[in-house]
Write a protein of this length. Structure first.
Length: 259
């Protein structure tokens, strides 16, 4: 593990593995730097860098939080990898961070964004403000309920799947990450940031799942349309999550020659 200090003084922890040009991975909700395990084929081509977003794992957290802090954290990790622009892969809210950071001027050799969850009018709406409700539950020590609320009101898992959460040991593992869920909401707030994304000049690949809900497919298409020269890729056999070997093959192909 290595660490770097972000703009507001927060310590951000990261790992690096492999050899070659820097490839920084930004993960989504309920994830840490250990979530993405890079296959050996990817590490043979790139130095894969995974980091703990603030408030997670071995990274610190500093109040007050704003969405811009997440962009600064990513920029700090990128600066620690050396002077050459890195390649970036982001998934879910991690993809939103990559897109917004590069749009704000973070140098990038190329970027891949897998389903940044920018909402639109087709997106199902939670029954209450999700960030406020999660903060209430966390403050009350009801973190298991915060996990369930996220899964039901934000992710909109089917009732049958939700029933499987009760007593599931892996739910306990997610509880320490619940205080950071409002951060995931903040970095995607306001819908597709068309004006921001129009400022991206790096080669960009926007990836979506063919089995994802219609609102997600629309959002991904709008993101690709907003970025000059971006490519849109649909993974017909997957939804919001595809296995590392599938993602790694996409990264190897798209980043080859751009790193």
């Amino acid at each position: 593990m290595e660490t770097v200090k972000s703009a507001d003084g927060t310590i951000i922890a990261y790992d690096r593995a492999g050899q070659g040009a820097a490839l920084i991975v930004s993960v989504g909700a309920f994830c840490t730097r250990l979530t993405f395990a890079a296959p050996e084929e990817l590490k043979a081509r790139f130095t894969v860098i995974t980091y703990d977003r603030r408030g997670r794992g071995d990274s610190g957290d500093t109040e007050p939080f704003t969405a811009e802090r997440e962009l600064e954290d990513l920029a700090a990790v990128a600066a620690a990898t050396g002077p050459r622009p890195a390649c970036f892969f982001g998934h879910s809210s991690g993809a939103a961070i990559v897109l917004r950071a590069v749009a704000a001027g973070l140098p990038a050799a190329a970027i891949i964004a897998y389903e940044a969850p920018f909402a639109n009018e087709e997106t199902p709406r939670p029954s209450v403000d999700p960030a406020s409700r999660i903060r209430e539950l966390v403050s009350a020590g009801r973190r298991a309920e915060a996990v369930r609320f996220w899964m039901s009101e934000v992710v909109h898992l089917p009732a049958k799947t939700l029933a499987q959460l009760d007593g599931a040991p892996w739910v306990k593992d997610l509880e320490p990450l619940t205080p950071t869920l409002p951060y995931d909401i903040a970095v995607t707030d306001g819908g597709v940031p068309v004006a921001e994304l129009a400022a991206i000049t790096a080669p960009a690949l926007i990836v979506g799942g063919g089995k994802s809900p219609a609102w997600f497919r629309r959002s991904v298409a709008e993101q690709a349309a907003a970025i000059p020269g971006a490519r849109l890729m649909t993974l017909d056999d997957f939804d919001h999550n595809a296995p590392p070997e599938v993602i790694s093959a996409i990264m190897t192909d798209f980043f080859a020659g751009r790193a």
